[in-house]
Design a protein around this ligand. Structure first.
Ligand SMILES: [Zn+2]
Length: 312
């Protein structure tokens, strides 16, 4: 394989610090297509796109079904999107998160889809606040598993195995890439663990119940202001409940997010004498995101939490 490569190509691959990229570059040359082409992967939203890119490297071309800046929960698919799903070598998605994608996968991508929910525990639920306390009823599923880096690493390992079945020549590259990614995610996990070990409050009050897995991993308890879907507006009664909960429990900060209006959270915060701060559920990445990839935004979230809880 290497013999067929031009010296310049080899030097470029080595300069990129990616000896493993040689393999995928060869794969591209063998199939007669340009380097950079590869397995066609459709990822349904940002964290899965990021993982597919990290694990697939140069051997995959990853497209994303949720446009940057769009709210992924209520994604609607165009006919073109559905066509892309049916033609993809692999669709990487999360069942139970985006109904339109679930439907399209069922219709168009039977046998060529990778469901992240099958490869990590997506089992948390959330309980809303009623009468100033967490209710015992009305549980809803929390799908935002990627906010726990270890769960994301589990999905990355499984994705490497699946990509290796689609493109067996690059199987060891995918495994190595997933190993590198796991090391980075475990490093992030250690930073979160240490950074959130000594905080005044363990109550995490958020405008969007996306942080259950993060809370679960690092000893916090999430209190959500709205339902799990960010478009749900709380009633006046539940606003008052939450305001009294915030006041009674000496919560200093209510966390709002990038993609959704923070009005409700600010109303409660001013009523209860708390501040608001931006905590990003990383459902999408835009120019306004506080970081250029998953790892950077997670580290920004850690800094925000350390200031808001506050932690020593
Ligand atoms: Zn969400």
């Amino acid at each position: 394989m290497l013999a067929g490569m031009k010296r310049l190509d080899m030097r470029r691959a080595l300069a990129a610090g990616a000896g493993l990229a040689l393999l995928s570059a060869c794969g591209g040359a063998d199939s007669g297509s340009a380097v950079g082409d590869g397995i066609d992967v459709q990822a349904s939203f940002y964290p899965l796109q990021w993982v597919a890119e990290q694990v697939g490297g140069d051997a995959v071309a990853v497209s994303m079904l949720t446009p940057p800046g769009a709210e992924p929960h209520d994604l609607e698919l165009s006919a073109q999107d559905v066509g892309a799903i049916s033609q993809a070598d692999l669709v990487v998605y999360l069942s139970g998160f985006q109904a339109a994608v679930d439907d399209a996968v069922l219709q168009e991508a039977d046998g060529s889809a990778f469901d992240a929910a099958e490869h990590t525990d997506v089992d948390l639920t959330y309980r809303p606040i009623e009468d100033g306390e967490q209710s015992e009823e009305g549980e809803e599923a929390d799908v935002h598993f990627w906010l726990d880096p270890i769960r994301l690493a589990d999905v990355a390992d499984a994705l490497a195995e699946r990509l290796g079945k689609v493109d067996s020549e690059n199987a060891s590259t995918f495994t190595d890439n997933a190993g590198t990614l796991r090391a980075e995610l475990e490093g992030l996990d250690a930073e979160l663990r240490e950074g959130l070990a000594n905080c005044d409050s363990s109550l995490l009050v958020t405008s969007h119940n996306a942080f259950g897995y993060l809370a679960d991993a690092y000893g916090l308890t999430q209190i959500g202001i709205t339902g799990l879907a960010p478009e749900e507006e709380p009633s006046a009664a539940s606003l008052a409940d939450i305001a009294s909960f915030v006041e009674d429990n000496d919560v200093r900060t209510i966390y709002v997010e990038t993609l959704v209006s923070p009005d409700t959270a600010e109303t409660i915060a001013s009523e209860a004498g708390a501040d608001t701060a931006l905590l990003d559920p990383i459902e999408g990445l835009t120019e306004d995101s506080d970081g250029s990839d998953y790892l950077e935004v997670m580290r920004s979230n850690l800094a925000t939490l350390r200031a808001g809880q506050p932690c020593r």
